[in-house]
Design a protein around this ligand. Structure first.
Ligand code: NOJ
Length: 548
């Protein structure tokens, strides 16, 4: 059995400020999070990923940090955080935090010092240019919200580089002092007890940016170095990276090519995410089959993290213009649902017209595919989006706990909330909340609990291989298998609305007391496997064999 905990984990991503407010000031806090750990444990979560927790002017939802060694006072203090780690540990939940070291906030004391004088010890911690860089309008991540990647600083009388917003100056990775500081930050939080880091913007961290050279070289060796450092400090700590790069670049983030996974343990599977969304839009399994086939083989220990929704827009930039248009037409037809010309700022339930069967199908599919599943808070109860909010905030509204005012998120006056809780209509807290769903075995939340419990009895999904089974089937149906030391699972998912009957008799010989461990409905016994039925938007998780 694999001893790598992250291969069998179920990761839940939450933002402290919008999860649960314990003191009624309108902002979620660490004590509020502690109070909800039992909810996460019951759901089956084994790893909690917290979006940035550090002090921040909060102009990019905390991804603009002013102090890497503290928690934002709005959330509590380090004592509360240590308590959170302890309580989570008691419930078998590991905690990982966002490590945002591509840039700092422009209000960070390092940047304030750096800009103030050429003699500042921090001057060379950032990336400067004396002249206006010719490429200053290139490489923007947030078109429409960002005009340039080099901005003139009147105090320094220099241009500074910022891959993201102009209030997020990039740190200079070529400076050894910056590298040492990044390691020190990791060491600090590991010492406090976190289980690892979700590393923000990894391809940009390692970019050796110079003015006028838009195709900066990437120092991948820094990742080997950081991995070694982290592992030395805490043997089973994990690095989970955001690296939305071209498929042929992915392997380099896992390892140096020598065959071992000596860089990042886990990468978010952006490629599969895009294919999944396209497949759901087309009701056709082909894009997923292509995705499984086109992915590089991972070194032993390397792992994918799968997701349908994260805290940003659904990024469709790797689709062709026509494919993107198809997805927009289906899932984000109104301009206000789209963002940066490449993405969708909606949650999954409204994208799927709140069709319960379709939502189940989509999540059953994600959780059964290779890798470690990551779930964004609120998806488990089918929360919606608030398109009146700016940009990505549409899907960052308060968690809907109950039918109390503000959905039980906070006792503050509604106008004083850090961000609104969705109210009214099909997705408002009055209808969609944890309390209503908690005791209803038919609810989406109860379904998620069952589905996650079932997954945890099938460790081959996370720790084994994932293969498409190529048999004659309607294009809407995906059949795949997971093989591992514990045995084999077979999965049938129907992305379309038409029921299908499949001939899976080629699997019959392998089957030892096969049975549906999870399905959208009761199906007839498998018999000779020559007439395996699956309903429209139906799914069947079948245990084929168990060896351990
Ligand atoms: C990626 C994060 O996911 C996103 O939310 C953030 O705005 C940028 N990095 C900048 O830190």
């Amino acid at each position: 059995m694999t001893d790598r905990w992250y291969q069998k984990a179920v990761v839940y991503c939450a933002d402290i400020d919008t999860f649960a407010d314990s003191d009624g000031d309108g902002c979620g806090d660490i004590r509020g999070m502690i109070g909800r750990l039992d909810y996460l444990a019951r759901l089956g979560v084994t790893c909690l990923w917290l979006n940035p927790i550090h002090p921040s002017p909060d102009r990019d939802d905390g991804y603009d940090v002013t102090d890497f060694y503290n928690v934002d006072p709005r959330f509590g203090n380090l004592g509360d955080f240590a308590e959170l780690l302890h309580e989570a540990g008691n419930l078998g939940i590991k905690v990982i935090i966002d490590l945002v070291v591509n840039h700092t906030s422009d209000k960070h004391p390092w940047f304030q010092s750096a800009r103030s004088s050429p003699d500042s010890p921090y001057r060379d911690w950032y990336v400067w240019s004396e002249t206006e860089p010719a490429d200053r309008k290139q490489g923007m991540v947030f078109p429409g919200e960002q005009d340039e990647t080099w901005t003139y600083d009147r105090t320094a009388k220099l241009w500074y580089y910022h891959r993201f917003y102009k209030f997020q100056p990039d740190l200079n990775i070529t400076n050894p002092a910056v590298r040492e500081e990044i390691k020190k930050i990791c060491a600090f939080w590991l010492q406090l007890g976190v289980a690892g880091f979700r590393m923000d913007a990894v391809p940009f961290i390692i970019e050796e940016t110079r003015p006028g050279e838009p195709n900066a070289t990437k120092d991948l060796e820094f990742l080997s170095d950081l991995r070694q450092w982290v592992q030395w400090r805490k043997g089973d700590a994990v690095l989970l990276a955001e690296a939305n790069v071209e498929p042929d670049e992915l392997s380099k983030f896992f390892g140096d090519g020598g065959g071992s996974n000596n860089r990042i343990h886990m990468l978010f599977d952006f490629m599969l995410n895009t294919r999944l969304i396209l497949a759901l839009a087309r009701e056709d399994a082909e894009p997923i089959i292509d995705g499984l086939r086109d992915t590089p083989k991972l070194p032993q220990g390397g792992q994918w993290a799968t997701f349908l929704r994260n805290h940003d827009e659904i990024d469709l930039s790797r689709l062709t213009t026509e494919q993107r248009a198809e997805v927009f037409a289906k899932f984000g037809p109104e301009p206000e649902m789209q963002l940066y010309g490449r993405g969708i700022r909606r949650r999954l339930a409204p994208m799927l017209n709140n069709d319960r069967r379709h939502i189940e199908l989509a999540y059953a599919l994600q959780f059964s595919l290779r890798g470690t599943p990551v779930l964004r808070y609120g998806e488990e109860i089918g929360m919606g989006e608030d398109l009146t909010q700016e940009g990505r905030h549409a899907i960052r509204t308060g968690m809907q706990w109950s039918q109390l005012p503000n959905g039980g998120f906070s006792a503050a006056k509604t106008g004083d909330l850090v961000r609104p809780v969705i109210s009214g209509g099909d997705f408002g807290w009055e209808k969609v909340n944890v309390t209503v769903q908690r005791h209803n075995p038919q609810s989406l939340l109860s379904w998620f609990e069952r589905m996650i419990r079932t997954l945890r009895e099938a460790p081959e999904v996370g720790a084994g291989s994932c293969t498409h089974i190529d048999i004659p089937a309607p294009t809407s149906v995906l059949v795949h298998r997971a093989d591992g030391e514990t045995g084999t699972m077979v999965f049938v998912h129907n992305l379309g609305t038409e029921a299908a009957t499949l001939d899976l008799s080629s699997l019959a010989d392998e089957a030892e007391q096969p049975n549906d461990v999870l399905a959208d409905q009761e199906y007839p016994e498998l018999g000779k496997w020559d007439k395996v039925e699956v309903a429209g938007y139906g799914y069947r998780w079948i245990r084929l064999r168990r060896t351990a």
